[in-house]
Write a protein that binds this ligand. Structure first.
Ligand SMILES: [Ca+2]
Length: 344
């Protein structure tokens, strides 16, 4: 997810200059090539060093390699228990994949828990699964599921409250958290509470990204009032279940939406904007992260693609998005579900 991020600092600076010149950045993102069609509820998307991506299907457990020029091939199948919102969720590729660490990570719901596993990926096949972290509470809903490697080589995972709101404020529970671990699943030295917890007080986080300035952002589903985009600070308490949106004593969101206009899953950043995949909102939201009008929200592609689950920045600087119209809550079109490139 963050693979190749350092390579785009130059592009980020160019983007900032464009914004300062007054260019209508909200008009700039445009739909590009449809890279894959006929998928069934794609969820995780992680780039390989050559710019192709691995894409997971939540319910089937299949993993596809989607080529940067378009087209897909099956590379593996991860057994999963896909009841409710669970299943094969996030993917991540080890940041040193090209230097012998050819590991692919997956967040998967089993009959008993949510867990993070990793597999070698060679000759277009995923190898044997090894457990990185097991025992993340599972629920019919609120399973979290996003994975991301940070710039320091640590793995972050977002979890949900698994339907038990008492777990989010319990810093010793793996539920309702953003977790930080080593690539082999150990507790890193500088975690704030001596366990896997990086931040807590979350309801259901499905979007993680670190921007070109090194700031950590996460999206979060609200219950029935407000969805959130949060700036993530080590050790922070983000309020759930005491507050939804803003509230005294907790870290306030950077921006909020009503749950009808957003329901945010994946997020990515490019050129000073965050891009948020909206399920119920059937849009890609852009949120300005810098400058005088920071926090400004622009709604893109409203209703044109249906539900959008995931957005990730590719090594070439474009965004790849996935639709989620076959998940029982959408209206499938003839080409669903799809992976589509967005030019920014
Ligand atoms: Ca909150």
């Amino acid at each position: 997810m963050s693979v190749g991020r350092r390579g785009f600092l130059g592009l980020g600076a160019a983007g900032a200059a464009t914004l300062l010149s007054g260019a209508p950045a909200d008009a700039a993102p445009r739909l590009g090539k449809v890279l894959a069609t006929g998928l069934e509820v794609p969820w995780g998307l992680a780039f390989l060093p050559n710019g192709d991506a691995l894409v997971s299907e939540r319910m089937s457990g299949r993993v596809w390699r989607v080529r940067k020029t378009g087209g897909r091939r099956l590379v593996g199948n991860i057994p999963t228990d896909a009841a409710g919102e669970g299943g094969l969720l996030g993917l991540a590729v080890h940041p040193q994949f090209a230097r012998g660490k050819n590991w692919v990570y997956a967040y998967v719901t089993t009959a008993t828990d949510n867990r993070i596993v990793r597999m070698r990926f060679a000759r277009n096949r995923l190898g044997r699964r090894r457990v990185v972290l097991a025992g993340i509470p599972k629920g019919h809903t609120h399973n979290g599921g996003r994975l991301m490697f940070g710039p320091g080589g640590m793995l972050f995972a977002s979890t949900g409250d698994a339907g038990d709101t008492s777990l989010s404020q319990d810093r010793s529970s793996l539920a309702g958290k953003i977790l930080r671990m080593t690539p082999t699943g150990k507790v890193p030295k500088r975690n704030p509470y001596g366990n896997y917890t990086w931040t807590y007080g979350h309801r259901n986080v499905q979007g993680l990204v670190i921007d070109d300035k090194g700031r950590f952002w996460a999206s979060e589903f609200g219950q029935n009032r407000l969805d959130e985009l949060n700036r993530i600070v080590k050790g922070g308490n983000y309020g759930w279940p005491v507050v939804e949106g803003r509230g005294p004593g907790y870290r306030d969101p950077f921006v909020t939406w009503t749950t009808a206009e957003c329901s945010p899953s994946g997020i990515a950043t490019a050129k000073g904007w965050a891009y948020v995949a909206a399920l119920r909102g059937r849009s890609l939201w852009a949120v300005k992260l810098n400058g005088a009008r920071r926090g400004r929200k622009v709604r893109l592609f409203e209703g044109r693609l249906g539900r959008i689950r995931t957005v990730e920045r590719a090594p070439d600087g474009s965004l790849w998005i996935t639709t989620s119209n076959r998940d029982g809550r959408g209206t499938p079109g003839p080409h669903d579900d799809r992976v589509i490139r967005v030019r920014v």
